[in-house]
Each structure stands twice: as C-alpha cells, then as structure tokens.
Design a protein around this ligand. Structure first.
Ligand code: OSB
Ligand code: MG
Length: 387
C-alpha cells in the first residue's frame, strides 16, 4: 500500500452555509436494459429508478435509489423506499437545518434499516452541498484519482458460447476485469471455459448468495482458476458461515450483500468472513457509511472496490466520485452507459477508454449534466414535498 493511501484523505461534506431545504422531489423513471441481466436471484429487463431531487436557495442536488420491484437482492423495494421517504424521512429532513451530509445521517439514524432509501437522500444532499461550494463530490470526499479502473459484470446466458462472446467483446473494449454471475449448475464448467478463452486477465465470480456451507468442497474447485475473488457465495445476512468457508478456500471471498454498514465491515474483517469488500453506496445508506467502510478497510489493509446496481447516469456519477478514493484499488463495476442503456439520462453518457478507465466528473457536485427533456419523457411518477 502506498503511503498516500494510508494517510487519511481530506474531506469536507458540508455545504457553503447551513441549508434549509425548500423541497424534496421523488421521481420514478423507466429505463430498458439493452440486454437482459440474469443473476442467481432472477432476471432483469428494465429498471424503474427512483430519483431524489432536493432544492435549497436555487441550488439542486440529485440522488438515485437502487431498489428494485421485488426484494431479491435485499429486503428493500421501490415501494418500501417510497413509503419510508414519504412517511418518515422526508418530513424529518424538511424540519431541519442541515450543514453537512453528517446531519442527514444523524437525522435518519433513529430509523432502522432502509439503507437504499436513506442513500437517495444522502446522495442528493451531497450533490447539493458540493454545488454550493463549487467543488466536485470527488474533491469534497478526498478523492485522489482523475480516472478509475473499471470492469464489467456479465450475467447468466443461455449457453457458455454466448457468454464467452460477451467476455471477449468487453475485453476488446478495454474492461480491466470480467465478473461472471454464477449459481449451482452454472459455475465450475462455465468458469473453466471462460478461463481458457481469457487466460491472463482479472476474472472474478459473483454468486449473490446462491450457495450454502454444504457447497464448500464444490466451491473449492474454483481455486484452480486463479480468480480475483468470489463475491457473496452464502446468505445475504451471514458472516459466520462465510468465515468457515473462507478458511477452506484459497480464493478470496468478497462480501457484497452482507456489508450494510461500517460495523458489518469491521465484523467481517475481524471474523475472517472475507478478505475484500465491495462498497455500494446505495446498499450501505450513502456517503457516511461508504466512507466509514472505506476507512475501516484501509486500516486493516483490505482492498475495496466500487460495486454497481445497474445505475443510470446519476447513480453512476456518484459511484465514480466514490471510486476516486485512494483505497479503491481494484476495478469497479462501473461500466459505460451503453453497456446498460440505449440512452442514458445525461447529455454526455459515460464512456470507457481503451485503457479500461472512466473519467471522474470534475464539475460541481455530481459533475454531469442531466438531460432534463429526456428525464421528463421517461418519468412515470413524480411527487414533490415542500417545507
Ligand atoms: O451483486 O453486484 C451485484 C446488479 C444488480 C444487483 C446486484 C449486483 C449487480 C451487478 C451489476 O453485478 C453491476 C453493475 O452495475 O454493472
Ligand atoms: Mg454482488
């Protein structure tokens, strides 16, 4: 680890002056994936994306909520997010004066769970706060990279030939790491075939909780393929069985679903449940916990990388800011806009360079321009709450 990475980055998550929000908007937009995405828990063809927009003194801030229709990745859904936002979180925030993202986290702390809904609010406030100071979010949180290395997450396909074609097409575009979704029946043989076609590159697998500890000897077969990691093999809320499994695997376990806050990250590293962690800002409730997890992992010499939830350009801009922090030392699941959407919600979609990197936005806040006309066109619901 470089000495840069071990000194705490400079951070300022505050607004230029204390903020009284005049309104919070919750909007749903509908986007269709260019290609269905299948994981061990199901298949997605489209997303309804809840967006949060905050306004104060003529400055706006945007956040994205990564919940889906059904509780398949975590217990949250789009409907539960709208419920807690409308009935609990937004009324709370509209009565407060908020100086920084920490005040948003503090205002919501007594409410249990619902990290994805909370993240929508923290992200919008972070964007607004950085804009009031004229700095990018990357700069505000102490980011140190202008470009970040990226990989691609490839879903389960109808046959391995189709998957190998996907792998080679993305390697040709520059992606620095390939991640394969796996489940019982789509694992050892698939990984062997892909490994033969892609012998030297960074390769990982993600099971999204498809296995149990009874699969330990089955999963040991993956040790033969020099994988960068196996992501979340066991239950979404487990730490103990993952520790038992990690003791039996040479391949590093990376936890995704199990890491819902900083304390969970500290526990997982202390228990030996994983050797690295995927940080998803939506899964953990926003910047407060994402930065906390980043720091805990830095202290324990555990690498982190930025996960993805098929975000539109707004969530992707936040992910890029986060991934510019020093301990994000492995390629993130931050692919080009066109890997997901025929048209993104930004005037300039995100692109991956031939060297497998994406530029971190440098403009104020999320640093990207929202294509407002297109956003309005794909909006299916909009509610505005006033102070
Ligand atoms: O487990 O990382 C995951 C997408 C939806 C839900 C869960 C996951 C994923 C991905 C896609 O792997 C990552 C991306 O946004 O490209
Ligand atoms: Mg995952």
């Amino acid at each position: 680890m470089s000495s840069d990475a071990s000194s705490a980055p400079r951070r300022d998550l505050s607004a230029a002056a204390p903020v009284r929000l005049s309104s919070i908007e919750v909007r749903l937009i509908e986007l269709t994936l260019v290609r269905p995405f299948e994981t061990s828990f199901g298949r997605m063809d489209a997303r309804v994306v809840p967006l949060v927009r905050m306004v104060a003194d003529g400055v706006e801030g945007w956040g994205e909520i990564v919940a889906d229709h059904q509780p398949l990745f975590s217990a949250e859904t789009i409907t539960t997010a709208r419920h807690v936002l409308t009935d609990c979180f937004i009324p709370e925030l509209l009565t407060r004066t908020l100086s920084s993202v920490a005040d948003v986290a503090a205002a919501l702390r007594r409410f249990k769970g619902h990290q994805m809904a909370k993240a929508g609010l923290e992200l919008a406030f972070m964007d607004l706060a950085a804009r009031t100071r004229g700095v990018s979010i990357s700069e505000a949180i102490g980011g140190t990279r202008a470009r970040v290395p990226v990989g691609v997450s490839l879903g389960i396909e109808k046959d391995v030939e189709t998957l190998v074609a996907q792998v080679l097409a993305h390697v040709a575009q520059g992606y620095q790491r390939i991640k394969l979704k796996v489940k019982p029946g789509w694992d050892i043989d698939i990984v062997r075939t892909v490994r033969d076609a892609y012998p030297d590159g960074l390769l990982s697998v993600d099971a999204n909780s498809a296995y149990t500890l009874a699969h330990a000897s089955h999963l040991q077969q993956l040790d033969a393929f020099d994988l960068l990691m196996i992501e979340q093999p066991l239950a979404h809320d487990d730490m103990v069985d993952h520790a038992a499994l990690q003791a039996q695997l040479r391949t590093d376990i990376c936890l995704d679903e199990s890491i819902i806050h900083t304390r969970a990250a500290a526990h997982a590293l202390a228990l030996g449940s994983c050797r690295l962690i995927n940080i998803k800002i939506g899964r953990v409730g926003g910047y407060t916990e994402a930065l906390g997890i980043h720091d805990v992992c830095l202290e324990r010499d555990a690498p982190v990388w930025c996960g993805g939830m098929l975000e539109c350009g707004i969530g992707r801009a936040h992910n890029l800011a986060l991934a510019s922090l020093p301990n994000f030392s492995l390629p993130g699941d931050i692919s080009a806009s066109k890997r997901y959407w025929a048209r993104d919600v930004l005037t300039r979609p995100f692109e991956v360079d031939a060297d497998g990197t994406v530029g971190v936005p440098t403009g104020p806040g999320i640093g990207v321009e929202i294509d407002q006309a297109f956003l309005d066109e794909i909006t299916v619901d909009r509610q505005v709450f006033h102070a």
